[in-house]
Design a binder for this molecule. Sequence first.
Ligand SMILES: [Fe+2]
Length: 286
Amino acid sequence: MGLNIRKLTGHFGAEILDIDLSEPMSDATFAAVSTAFDENSLILFRGQSLTPAQHIAFSSRWGELEHHVLQEYTLPDHPELFVLTNKKKDGKPLGAHKTGWHWHIDNTYMPRPSLGSQLYAREVPPEGGDTWFTSLTAAYDSLPEDLKARIADLKAVHSYAHVYALKYPDREPLSEERKAQVPDLVHPVVRTHPATGRKVLYISEYIIKQFIGMSVEESRELLDELNARATTDDLIYRHQWRVGDLICWDNRATMHFAQPYDDVNYTRLMHTTRVITDVFKGERAA
Ligand SMILES: [Fe+2]
């Protein structure tokens, strides 16, 4: 099945045209979509009109979906669908707000990190609220050889409690029960993408608390350097959302950053799902 594809940058990202995701999708078409996803690390569908159930049904083609640890921000009848918004009803937030305003890979702190995320725009502000993406395969390739050698066997501690305390001081502190659901985890810094065989710089700003065998200060310095190299202008794709856009990005090969917006004068409403199946199944030793 041939897809009508338009590349978004020279090195990653592609828009897939002429597909209505509210319609049932054949296995052959999904196989082509899945291949485009693996090859491009990010695929965009514009002009969609999806119910929560249709969004979930499409995302589920990749595998099992996460039920987010913050269940109060999921839709009542759809625990797989996490809501990002500044909207409130009767003073109560209708979703998580100020989320992901830093460079990160989704869910690296979970026992089964996310294979990919599917973010769908329902309401967008006229300015701001863009999402920036970078390719972590291109980022790895761009590193100087001495830095590649330095991180070849390095491992990092990924910590939800760490990022939560740093980035969400205005939220309720994490309960001990929730902390227990997301204990700190260790991942290699250099991974091999199971579908492409390419090496990936598997970093996540603020979520990485420390590198194993390094002090907190040394870790911070190295993470800052890796992050800066991974987010240079030539590596980034900046997506300006329109209502009806759905982006599926590969959490094994990209990092992203949610740009703030004027949340006093504008509203933004996004729905997201995350696939948690077999994230690095078949990973070869890097
Ligand atoms: Fe995110």
